[in-house]
Design a protein around this ligand. Structure first.
Ligand code: UD1
Ligand code: UDP
Length: 362
């Protein structure tokens, strides 16, 4: 059986890594197909190095662009590639434009599609990711949901065939790499930080960073958090956000330290020892929940409600008062929640289900 794993952005590389590892362990025939949606060294290659992933067979180098143009270029490239490589199954992970293009190109060619991290819903169709999630789930043959909640989301939309609750592969990615991360050079020392002495922040959502007023709000909030808590705020800045900080000519408050994006192992270290995370990232909401680090989410909704239910996360939007309220509450919180994202082994469960599927289809 030949698998094509389509990926293109930072979170897909991280969360697909446990599936890749399992395919290698089982001696399966697979290839990595990179769309090139992310291409800067610190958004792309560093993750292949840190996670010791094989090089992609092909990189379509589609790069950045408006949604239609970017997704369209991916579709053209993926179709041509699948015609040559003839995979038996295509796997995609998450909710990016790469995922939509990978699933759509395969489905139109009658190649079975497996969607890793299926069934997540923010119920906010203004988010490009929500459109991608819904569309991909409805054309996938196998849907690997991280939790019962995500399986129920699918059921409400009439998607019941091929649904498997496997847990989230991020649990594997964190557990498999945390020790390795800790053995790495000491990122905290390099940045002059002490364990528990700083807040980690990241932000890149279109609805936040493409809006000057929301960006300005978040910056004000970060300044106030630093002022009130006396903690440093460390901010590895996503390139989209960097560009808009410049375009909107926004000033970063004192005590907010802007740094370049980090590789996964360095970032994991910084995340694991943070007092708190302030973020609009999906992956960070999950990783913090796994690591026992409280999270304050700078969005109006989340597709990860399980993290909120167990008390690991609060969703506060971008108004400074609400952000501060969330920070006060979460800094004082117990960190003893049970992780709701499944047990380790999601990568192995996904590969087993794919192999079974192939047997029944053959
Ligand atoms: C994409 C995903 C988002 C995901 C995020 C992970 C979509 C619709 N969005 O958002 O769901 O959470 O990746 O980080 O698929 N850029 C660079 N170098 C890069 C990549 C991007 O400089 O390697 C800059 C470019 O200016 C580009 C901008 O970032 O225009 C946005 O990149 P894009 O891939 O379109 O969206 P992300 O915001 O990264
Ligand atoms: N990440 C990283 N370095 C950084 C910021 C994030 O390695 O400087 C990792 C993080 O640990 C997580 C993933 O990137 O695994 C999350 O990606 P992102 O926030 O870009 O996307 P999202 O999860 O919101 O789709």
């Amino acid at each position: 059986m030949r698998f094509s794993l389509v990926l293109g952005t930072r979170p897909e590389i991280v969360k697909m890594a446990p599936v890749v590892r399992q395919l290698q362990l089982c001696g399966e025939d697979f290839e990595l197909v990179h769309t090139g949606q992310h291409y800067s060294y610190d958004m792309d290659q560093v993750f292949f190095q840190d996670l010791r992933l094989p090089r992609p067979t092909v990189n379509l180098e589609v790069g950045s662009g408006p949604h239609g143009a970017q997704t369209g270029r991916m579709l053209v490239g993926l179709e041509a590639h699948f015609l040559r490589s003839r995979p038996d199954m295509v796997l995609v992970q998450g909710d990016t434009n790469t995922v939509l293009a990978g699933a759509l190109a395969a489905a139109k060619m009658n190649i079975p599609v497996g969607h890793v991290e299926a069934g997540l819903r923010s119920f906010d169709r203004r988010m490009p990711e929500e459109i991608n999630r819904v569309l991909v789930d409805h054309i996938s043959d196998l849907l690997f949901t991280p939790t019962e909640t995500s399986a129920q989301n699918l059921e409400r939309e009439g998607v019941t065939k091929g649904v498997h609750v496997t847990g989230n592969t991020i649990v594997d990615a964190v557990r498999q790499n945390l020790r390795l991360a800790e053995e790495r050079d000491d990122v905290l020392r390099g940045l002059g930080l002490s364990s528990g002495g700083y807040v980690l922040t990241t932000m890149h959502r279109q609805e936040n960073v493409d809006s000057p007023s929301r960006m300005a709000n978040v910056l004000r909030a970060l300044g106030q958090v630093a002022g009130e808590t006396g903690l440093d705020v460390v901010w590895p800045v996503h390139p989209r956000t960097r560009k808009n900080l410049d375009n909107f000519q926004l000033k970063v408050p004192q005590r907010v330290r802007v740094i370049e994006p980090l590789g996964f192992l360095q970032f994991l270290q910084l995340e694991a020892r943070a007092a708190l995370a302030l973020t609009d990232s999906g992956g960070l909401q999950e990783e913090c929940c796994i690591l026992g680090v409280p999270c304050v989410t700078l969005r109006d909704s989340t597709e990860r409600p399980e993290t909120v239910r167990v008390g690991a996360n609060v969703v506060v939007g971008t108004e400074p008062e609400r952000v501060l309220e969330g920070v006060r509450r979460m800094l004082g919180s117990q960190r003893d929640w049970a992780c709701p994202l499944g047990q380790e082994g999601a990568g192995a469960r996904i590969v087993t289900i794919c192999r079974e599927f192939r047997k029944t289809e053959a």
